[in-house]
Ligand binder design. Structure first.
Ligand code: SAM
Length: 229
């Protein structure tokens, strides 16, 4: 009996699924790291100075792993997410957040796959893109950086991850669960082409990706550089 209960919880957590399979936890990364990937993102924004009245846009928000923690912290109406796979958001609400919590926190979602960050017709204190540029071709990454510059408040920060490699991904499409690797030099140059500056704060990441933070050139952010868990 106990074995059956244990197996059922493991299945619910997607632990029997391979990364990329159609389960709300496995689809967005290794299911065994779902909790750590969420807390790592929240820690990254805490180390960047997030306050409860800030507005956050979570790009490729998936099944709201980080969204759940961010919504708890932020005042109502401050969390925004873009996610083309609508079912992921619905599953995250059904399995993790609950409808009452979502009614209370009033998040706003959009489902475009074009990195149109202007759809909410407002600017943000923080942009977040965890494990999104680990799968995008250069043209999408550069469009997202350019859009990011437009919707980032003058003192805002754009925190994101990439998978560091010795060569840059030259493919022209989204790949998953395979990874599109980039060099730090390319990320830095792409930031410059978008009119932004890039910092590599040396925060840890549960699966070994690299954090970077983009900001407007006339604002010098103060980031805690101790490793995020
Ligand atoms: C590896 S998952 C990471 C999800 C989430 N950021 C997290 O940390 O759990 C990448 C996410 O990006 C989404 N995605 C794919 N194409 C996208 C696009 N064009 N714009 C925004 N998100 C996209 C995927 O559907 C998926 O949810």
């Amino acid at each position: 009996m106990q074995d059956i209960l244990v197996a059922t919880e493991a299945q619910k957590r997607g632990l029997d699924r391979r990364t990329g399979e159609r389960h709300y936890r496995a689809y967005v990364g290794p299911a065994e790291y779902y909790d750590l990937l969420a807390s790592n993102q929240f820690a990254a924004l805490c180390r960047s100075g997030i306050r409860e009245d800030h507005a956050v846009l979570d790009i490729g928000c998936g099944s709201l792993g980080a969204g759940r923690l961010l919504m708890s912290y932020l005042l109502p109406g401050r969390y925004f997410g873009i996610e083309p796979e609508r079912w992921l958001i619905e599953a995250g609400i059904r399995e993790e957040l609950g409808r009452e919590f979502v009614r209370m926190k009033q998040p706003t979602f959009d489902y475009n796959a074009e990195f149109n960050l202007g759809v909410f017709r407002r600017q943000f204190d923080f942009l977040l893109a965890q494990s999104v540029f680990t799968h995008t071709p250069k043209n999408d990454l550069e469009k997202c950086f350019a859009e990011g510059r437009r919707v980032l408040k003058p003192e805002g920060l754009f925190a994101a991850t990439f998978q560091e490699g010795e060569l840059d991904y030259e493919g022209d499409r989204w790949i998953f669960p395979q990874q599109a690797c980039y060099t730090p030099g390319y990320i830095d140059a792409a930031a410059g082409r978008a009119g932004l500056l890039c910092i590599f704060p040396n925060w840890s990441h549960p699966t070994g990706q690299t954090w970077f933070v983009l900001h407007h050139p006339d604002h010098t952010p103060e980031l805690e550089t101790i490793p995020a868990t």
